[in-house]
Write a new protein. Structure first.
Lengths: 197, 179
């Protein structure tokens, strides 16, 4: 039996496997709807967190006036604008890959994970900033710079969010790094005999 | 969340529905076999099949005919399969493939033929990761050019891998001698 015949028989064996292909259009629509809802929730969450943080910060700094108040308000606006600018810049070139070749899809997926890790670094920095800001408020209250009992809500919210950001960065960062390792292995496998230039 | 150009949430028209249904009918069995290669657990495999179908559903509007429909569909399917594999971390599923594919079998079917099919699937699953998609696509009847178009590698590279993979498959499929 020559190689061509042998391969032809294998191909026939392969194609007569029971494929058990079962796809439900109702299930597809349900998944599609679920994905759209999740995306909307993520965006709403990002906007909500921004509004909450800016609002709380402005409320805490409210009593300050003059140059100090203007400086603080300007800093908050600049910080928020920088965060959003980074978020938009970080997402460039990471569109949803679907019909690309496997090699291009893997390369793009790697870029998306690397972008995610940059976001993790920023979130970690933001988490520490929030914890430091909460600690600073506590210090100012104890040293009577601020009235005792003031800004309790801000302290609780900032400390909770700061701790939450840090916990998320640890868990999400670990998972993303593991995915990145597997992606690079897969890309190396696809590019076998054709090393990256 | 960024989306690909032309991507949409759902088919707009009856023609889109018909095209999608036509694709599923034409390539469904091949996609089912591809899913079996990436996922041995029947429940997870069903999930992967839905993911593949959903990805095709969304990508169809962006299909401009720069590749054949077949390579377009298989690109999406392999990309979804890879995503599924690295997301679920299936580094060593101890349950052999093929066992789960018997559920739809006709009990009267030739036992030897079924064993050979299962043995082939297990042998392909044991090939190095770089060779599996090449072999799967070749067994589905794609040319080296089409395989290269799916994977993003040259036809020459496909031919080299296929030669090595065939040699290894032959070894894996040879009857084992009794100790």
């Amino acid at each position: 039996m020559n190689a061509a015949t042998e391969w032809s028989e294998l191909s026939e064996q392969w194609q007569t496997q029971p494929a058990d292909w079962r796809v439900s259009l109702g299930e597809l629509r349900r998944r599609d709807r679920g994905d759209r809802v999740r995306r909307a929730v993520v965006i709403a969450g990002e906007v909500g967190v921004t509004v909450l943080m800016v609002g709380l910060t402005l409320r805490v700094m409210g009593p300050m006036s003059g140059l100090t108040g203007a400086t603080v308000m300007g800093s908050v606006i600049a910080y928020t604008a920088a965060i959003w600018a980074f978020a938009l810049w970080n997402r460039r070139g990471t569109w949803r890959p679907l019909g690309e070749t496997v090699e291009a899809y893997l390369a793009l997926s790697i870029r998306r994970r690397e972008s995610a890790l940059r976001g993790v670094a920023l979130a970690s920095a933001a988490g520490w900033c929030l914890l430091l800001a909460a600690a600073g408020l506590v210090l100012f209250r104890r040293t009577n710079v601020l009235p005792a009992g003031s800004h309790r809500l801000a302290i609780v919210v900032w400390a909770t969010m700061g701790a939450g950001f840090l916990a998320w960065t640890i868990l999400y960062g670990r998972r993303t790094r593991a995915e990145l390792t597997r992606l690079r292995q897969s890309l190396a496998a696809v590019r076998e005999d054709h090393p990256v230039a | 969340m960024a989306r690909a150009r032309g991507e949409r949430d759902h088919p707009d028209s009856m023609a889109d529905h018909e095209q999608f249904a036509s694709i599923l009918n034409r390539y469904g069995p091949a996609l089912g076999r591809l899913a079996a290669l990436y996922e041995w657990d029947p429940t997870e495999r069903q999930d992967l099949q839905q993911e593949i179908a959903l990805a095709i559903w969304r990508a169809l509007p962006a299909f401009r005919g720069d590749s054949s429909e077949r390579t377009f569909v298989f690109r999406i399917a392999h990309n979804r399969g890879l995503s599924h594999r690295w997301r679920h971390r299936h580094a060593g599923n101890t349950q052999p493939p093929g066992e789960n594919l018997r559920t739809a079998e006709d009990p009267a079917a030739d036992l030897l033929r079924r064993e050979r099919r299962d043995q082939l699937l297990r042998a392909v699953a044991r090939l190095p990761e770089a060779w599996q998609p090449v072999v799967q696509l070749a067994l589905e009847g794609l040319s080296n050019l089409e395989i290269g178009d799916v994977l993003g590698i040259s036809p020459g590279n496909v031919a080299v891998r296929l030669t090595r993979a065939r040699r290894r498959l032959r070894e894996l499929l040879e009857p084992q001698e009794d100790p």
